[in-house]
Design a protein around this ligand. Structure first.
Ligand code: GLU
Length: 285
């Protein structure tokens, strides 16, 4: 029910933005108002896809956007020449990321988005900027200690994620339920309908740290994949190397470490400077 008002608020907010973008030109940008900008359809601004329901990473609360991905997105956008009020955040659920980039609905995606070979067939990735690993979230008193214990259990993950793909390939005996978002999975787990949720450890830790789940849910803590988070761009976007350069600068200034520490440090995640694209090698087309 909370989700309904949440969605409604998002629709209203998006409507308000659309109105202010194409209605009267308030003259706040000082140009003559017919600039179409590059990509994404938000006039002379930039449209960025994030998650709306992942605490610590990408979270929408009213008109506030918080999390590591949001902070990295703002810092990169600034380096690309966009002020904060030129950014429009939109929700990019896991299964819709490639399509949204290909359709030009978003310019950039910062949404716990793993760089993979199959995704690279349809989109470009700048980065990486963070490394996570797939893990399991279970009830505090569960004895599930890793994928080997999942046989016959009900597991939840998200459609279009590497998490769902990995378990389908590696744990054939599990009953996988796929939802559109991780918050829906966590709700099922907390009311006892399912046995475990699987995705990246940093995402699961963000949920486990929520007050509502304190003492109820735990991250197993035995990651079984490597997830390199990248910034998604349309295949034809020529700003991919600029995004890499921005990420590298953020590492060099210490900003990236600060962002990671501020958002996920309390959950035990530390910056890994090897994810600086200057170190890790790039993935631009
Ligand atoms: N990082 C994984 C992926 O990109 C799982 C998290 C997510 O679905 O956003 O598929």
């Amino acid at each position: 029910m909370q989700r309904t008002s949440f969605r409604l608020a998002a629709v209203l907010a998006a409507g308000a933005l659309a109105l202010s973008a194409c209605g009267s030109d308030d003259g706040d940008s000082g140009d003559d108002g017919d600039g179409t900008g590059a990509g994404g359809g938000s006039g002379d601004g930039i449209t960025i896809g994030i998650k709306f329901d992942q605490p610590g990473l990408g979270l929408k609360d009213g008109n506030e956007y918080t999390g590591m991905d949001v902070d990295v997105a703002r810092a990169v956008a600034e380096k690309l020449g966009f002020s904060e009020d030129q950014i429009t955040f939109v929700e990019s659920p896991s299964a819709q990321r490639e399509t949204m980039l290909q359709a030009g609905q978003v310019d950039l995606i910062f949404a716990t988005y793993s760089i993979t070979d199959s995704r690279k067939e349809s989109v470009q990735f700048a980065g990486p900027y963070f490394v996570a690993g797939q893990d399991l979230l279970v009830a505090q008193d569960s004895d599930i200690a890793g994928p080997a214990d999942l046989d016959g259990k009900i597991l939840c993950s998200v459609t279009g994620s590497t998490s769902a793909e990995n378990v389908k390939a590696e744990v054939p005996g599990v009953q996988l339920q796929e939802y559109g978002t991780y918050s829906e999975c966590v709700e099922q787990l907390s009311n006892g309908t399912i046995d475990a949720v699987t995705t990246d450890d940093v995402i699961l830790a963000g949920f486990a740290a929520q007050e509502a789940y304190a003492g109820k849910l735990k991250v197993v803590g035995a990651p079984f994949s490597t997830e390199n988070y990248g910034v998604g761009l349309n295949q034809d976007d020529d700003r991919c190397e600029d995004v890499n350069a921005a990420l590298t600068e953020l590492w060099e200034e210490g900003t990236m470490e600060q962002i990671i520490d501020d958002n996920v440090g309390a959950a035990g995640f530390t910056p890994n400077p090897e994810t600086n694209p200057a170190e890790a090698g790039g993935h631009c087309a």
